[in-house]
Design a protein around this ligand. Structure first.
Ligand code: PLP
Length: 270
């Protein structure tokens, strides 16, 4: 971003999400991503995970009162321009985040409905899935991957792009907001993404952003990075289409360069 634009306004972006001590996903990825997009990042931690690039070995959800204390400490002092919500852990955490969103009503809310890590480990209690569905309408943008999109709708996972778009439309219509449909879980050389909104908030109901797939297994934290970058870029640029136009090539570059990191033996971070 040009220095002049940065001088005018630095977006203050709060991530409400889980911690990944190996630095690839969760709040650690969010803070790096927010900074890369020219924002000032904050993090209220919902859950602590023990994990590395090979998988999750433990999850600890601290007492929900302490999440409230973190959110109140931020809210009582700092104006938040955008919120990114990631791993929530359980239903009590979801309820607390819901209460706080209702009280503070942040201008921009991006919800990454994190449920299961790429390694297959659960990051949201199964019993909390209904509560997560109820949180969806409070977000402006929802960024599910294809397995999460299917789970939120109670349908089977899309195996092709047209089915994914149709599911995105159904979720957007049900929640009254914008859905970012991500092609990352499909096969093939293309890797499209699309913004979907059925109530006229975009220039068209479906805006597709074509892209090339990066052949790498170092994709740990891609979803976290994308959602927090979108929250930051939305504040900076004003609309979701302009935000994704900047964020998608940036994320592609991070994936393409991920091999230079040499972090861990599993799915390395971007
Ligand atoms: N750990 C935390 C704390 C996360 O929030 C997420 C995803 O959102 C993950 C792990 C999973 O990352 P990935 O599926 O990219 O490995």
């Amino acid at each position: 971003y040009p220095l002049e634009a940065t001088r005018r306004r630095v977006p203050r972006v709060l991530s409400i999400a889980g911690s990944d001590p190996s630095g690839g996903a969760g709040i650690q990825a969010d803070l790096k991503s927010i900074a890369a997009q020219g924002g000032y990042g904050m993090a209220a931690i919902t859950a602590l995970t023990a994990q590395n690039t090979q998988g999750v070995t433990g999850v600890h959800v601290p007492p929900v009162d302490f999440l409230r204390q973190q959110l109140e400490a931020i809210g009582n002092d700092i104006e938040v321009d955008a919120v990114k919500i990631g791993m929530l852990g359980d239903a009590a955490v979801i309820e607390e985040v819901r209460r706080w969103l209702g009280e503070v009503r942040p201008a921009v809310v991006v919800l990454d409905p994190v449920m299961i890590a790429t390694s297959g480990d659960r990051l949201l209690a199964e019993s909390a899935e209904a509560a997560l569905r109820e949180l969806l309408p409070l977000a402006d943008l929802i960024t599910p991957n294809l397995p999460e999109l299917a789970m939120l709708l109670g349908e089977s996972e899309a195996a092709d792009w047209d089915t994914a778009l149709a599911q995105g439309k159904r979720l957007a219509a049900a929640c009254g907001n914008t859905v970012l449909v991500k092609g990352g879980h499909l096969e093939g050389p293309g890797c499209p993404d699309a913004l979907v909104n059925t109530v006229g908030l975009l220039s068209q109901d479906v805006v597709v952003f074509p892209g090339e797939r990066v052949d790498t297994r170092n994709s740990h934290g891609t979803g976290c990075s994308l959602s927090s970058a979108m929250a930051t870029a939305k504040v900076r640029l004003g609309d979701w289409e302009s935000a994704l136009r900047v964020v998608k090539p940036w994320l592609h570059g991070a994936l393409a360069e991920s091999a230079v990191l040499e972090v861990g033996k599993g799915n390395g971070p971007i």
